[in-house]
Design a protein around this ligand. Structure first.
Ligand SMILES: [Zn+2]
Length: 95
């Protein structure tokens, strides 16, 4: 199994505002976990959100996603791949 180097377990919980799923960890690209403005994808319902200063996550609106898809097509595509993986896993394991 590949080692995940940038996984941060925090004492703070993040609750998905759409489905209520609670997590206490996150992947970051700097070894310190996510920072304000980083993207989040709920591990249960695959809602895309962005981290706030206090580690909470605000779901992105359809309009914001549309703007992102035009401004950063590669980033948008990468996030959509993650969304697809989570949805497949959710269907497979019925979560
Ligand atoms: Zn969710």
């Amino acid at each position: 199994m590949a080692e995940v180097k940038n996984y941060k377990v925090t004492s703070e919980m993040v609750t998905c505002k759409k489905c209520g799923y609670v997590i206490n960890g996150a992947l970051g690209d700097n070894g310190e976990g996510p920072k304000k403005g980083d993207f989040s994808v709920c591990g249960k319902c695959a809602t895309i959100g962005r981290y706030n200063e206090d580690f909470s996550v605000t779901p992105m609106s359809e309009g914001a996603l549309e703007i992102m898809s035009e401004a950063d097509p590669e980033g948008y595509e990468a996030i959509q791949k993650i969304v697809g993986i989570i949805k497949k896993l959710a269907m497979k394991f019925k979560i």
